[in-house]
Design a protein around this ligand. Structure first.
Ligand SMILES: *Cc1c(COP(=O)(O)O)cnc(C)c1O
Length: 429
């Protein structure tokens, strides 16, 4: 494969863009080499500026669950464009998307749309503090909740990939109310409640996707819910990644736990910048203009983004691809494990719904500390071989691969071949 044009653009971009990217996860920091520049995408495939075609398992880090440029979504966007792009006033489309979203979460009466997952979470944290009158927030090591100051500690993939413990420029004061606990370790949470009486909420990814995929064990989420509510704190489930990925609605439903506040993003915008936070009436009524918690946005509820979200979710509901996602993920997991066995590579695989990823270690991965034992050098070799064999996966050991409903049998065969070739390359390196 030839990457000449990507390389030229990367070099050109370095002059006026930081690292030639607008999000560090797009840099190929931990796998070496330069990032690919994309020209276009359709269905299950994405094509770079050199004309190389890949099966896309990055999917914009989650949003493109129907694959790229789905007919229904495309049509809805074009139709919405005819009426103008932004009004700074309400549109019917906001009500439509709000209804779809609220109907898919049992604990959500009202929702507020924002422009990113980061914004959704920072607003949810403010809301938890407003509602409880308390200040401290418990977060889990390895979970990522966007780049707001207060939660940018032990924050998973992006930082882990760059080997950064946290971020410079975050003042001590901004994290003094942040308490860190370990995923799947209820005692580490209990300890915080024993030592602090000022805890407003616990925030967690119901299935972690930002340290690689890590699922909750032994009713962990239910235990968190009980613990939080018994102490007058709220459970905030950050479903920015998991929302609509494992079922129509939230992962919380599959684990039989109801969030006090739910955060959404990614899929609900269908590729446009949309985030959301929602909760029961009594909590959401704290938010301005009904209540005293201020949160606003010039482009929030943007009509084009709403149209893309509505078309994506209604199509998704009709398609109901979730059983198929489970089958495809199971297939990919078995390719990975069989290839690893064949070439004698230490590997474990975690998956949940349409999220899956291999860890280059024999260990079962249940938290961030364990995830970090994975061999990132082996991953780098694997990554480039996947690229050479036409499968675009995230350039990090600690990111989930995503499935789209556009993936077909041929694609799956190509993925299988690429996995075997890439595992062989790891073994021979
Ligand atoms: C991606 C992500 C965010 C941040 O969303 P942005 O739209 O990138 O700001 C927050 N939480 C989780 C769980 C995410 O996966």
């Amino acid at each position: 494969m030839n990457y000449t044009k990507s390389q030229q653009l990367y070099t050109k971009g370095l002059e006026n863009l930081v690292g030639s990217v607008n999000s560090p996860v797009r840099a190929f920091a931990s796998v070496g080499g330069n990032p690919l520049f994309i020209k276009k995408a359709k269905g299950s495939k994405i094509i770079d500026v050199d004309g190389n075609s890949y099966i896309d398992m990055v999917l914009s880090y989650g949003p493109m669950i129907l694959g790229h440029k789905h007919k229904k979504v495309q049509k809805a966007i074009v139709k919405a464009l005819q009426n103008g792009y932004s009004f700074g006033a309400s549109t019917k489309s906001e009500i439509t998307l709000a209804k779809i979203v609220c109907n898919s979460f049992s604990g959500m009466d009202k929702v507020r749309f924002v422009n990113s997952g980061t914004e959704a979470v920072l607003s949810a944290i403010r809301l938890a503090r407003a509602y409880t009158g308390k200040n401290k927030i418990i977060k889990f090591s390895g979970c990522y909740h966007g780049h707001q100051d207060a939660l940018l500690v032990a924050a998973g993939s992006g930082l882990a990939t760059l080997s950064l413990p946290g971020s410079k420029g975050v003042p001590e004061g901004a994290v003094k109310n942040t308490l860190i606990a370990n995923y799947n370790d209820i005692d580490s949470v209990k300890k915080h409640f024993e030592n602090h009486d000022d805890i407003a909420g616990i925030i967690i990814e119901p299935v972690a996707g930002n340290m690689g995929v890590v699922t909750p064990k032994n009713n962990f989420l239910q235990q968190l819910k009980e613990l939080a509510n018994s102490q007058g704190a709220l459970l905030i489930l950050d479903e920015v990644m998991t929302g609509y990925r494992s079922k129509f609605g939230g992962a919380q439903d599959l684990f039989d736990v109801e969030a006090d506040i739910t955060c959404l993003g990614k899929v609900i915008g269908g590729g446009f910048p949309v985030g959301a936070y929602g909760a029961r009436n009594e909590i959401m009524e704290m938010v301005a203009p009904l209540g005293g918690m201020y949160q606003a946005g010039t482009l929030s509820g943007n009509p084009i983004a709403m149209a893309a979200g509505i078309a994506t979710l209604t199509t998704l509901k009709k398609q109901n691809p979730y059983e198929r996602f489970n089958e495809i993920a199971a297939n990919i997991a078995s390719y990975l494990l069989e290839a690893a066995q064949k070439f004698d590579v230490a590997l474990s695989v975690n998956k949940f719904g349409s999220m899956i990823n291999p860890f280059f270690t024999q260990k079962e991965i249940t938290n961030f500390e364990e995830a970090q034992t994975a061999d990132t050098k082996k991953f780098a070799t694997f990554f480039w071989e996947m690229i050479k064999n036409g499968v675009f996966i995230p350039p990090s050991q600690f990111e989930a691969w995503f499935l789209s409903s556009a993936i077909g049998e041929k694609d799956l065969n190509k993925i299988k071949k690429a996995i075997y070739k890439s595992m062989e390359a790891v073994a021979n390196n």
